[in-house]
Design a protein around this ligand. Structure first.
Ligand code: AMP
Length: 182
């Protein structure tokens, strides 16, 4: 268990490695660029177990990553906790039979897909993504897991943009975020 003071200093350390890019990918969006954090082996190494920490005493069967930046965090979390890694991808990228869900982005709408046989009935899955914005992507990912008969153990984010109230769309789920912008 991490003491409150340690979590606070971790947040500050990580925040210093997230760069704001105004007006990307379109005017009015402040894009949270995580590439400086990824370039720091110490920070990346700190983030992986921290994302998993609330579930570390629980059995997890699968860790789900959402294309593309979600993959960067979900794959090492899966290795770290001894679970399988499952990609959720943009349409037409997964080769076998898929289930699809539509979702709204902060900038547009899109579709995501998962392999139908990626999660077995009753399997417990942790969804991992880089940013919680409006919550549309995570909600669609959770619906995909549930449609396959899986249980969403929780959803972990590196960054939460709490001013967009994404949590309110995900109030059935256990949520965890390491850095919050309010
Ligand atoms: P949402 O569905 O609105 O919660 O959007 C979440 C997804 O969009 C995440 O997977 C992020 O990768 C991306 N995203 C949304 N807003 C931002 C932002 N301001 N900076 C970086 N990524 C973002």
């Amino acid at each position: 268990m991490i003491a409150a003071g340690d979590a606070e200093s971790r947040t500050e350390r990580l925040k210093a490695l997230v760069r704001d890019i105004p007006d990307f990918p379109k005017p009015g969006i402040v894009f949270k660029d995580i590439t400086p954090l990824l370039e720091s082996p110490e920070a990346f190494n700190e983030v992986v177990p921290a994302l998993w920490e609330p579930w570390e005493k629980e059995a997890l069967d699968k860790v789900i990553g959402v294309e593309a930046r979600g993959f960067i965090f979900a794959a090492p979390v899966a290795l770290h906790c001894g679970a399988g890694f499952v990609p959720i991808r943009k349409p037409g990228r997964l080769p076998a039979e898929v289930e699809a869900e539509e979702y709204e982005l902060e900038y547009g709408t899109d579709l995501i897909e998962i392999h139908r046989d990626a999660i077995g009935a009753g399997e417990r899955a942790l969804i991992v993504d880089d940013v919680l914005a409006t919550g549309g992507t995570a909600a669609a990912a959770a619906r995909l897991v549930e449609r396959l008969g899986g249980e969403v153990a929780g959803i972990a984010f590196l960054i939460e943009l709490s001013f967009l109230a994404g949590r309110s769309r995900l109030d059935n789920y256990r949520l965890h975020s390491l850095i919050e912008y309010s």
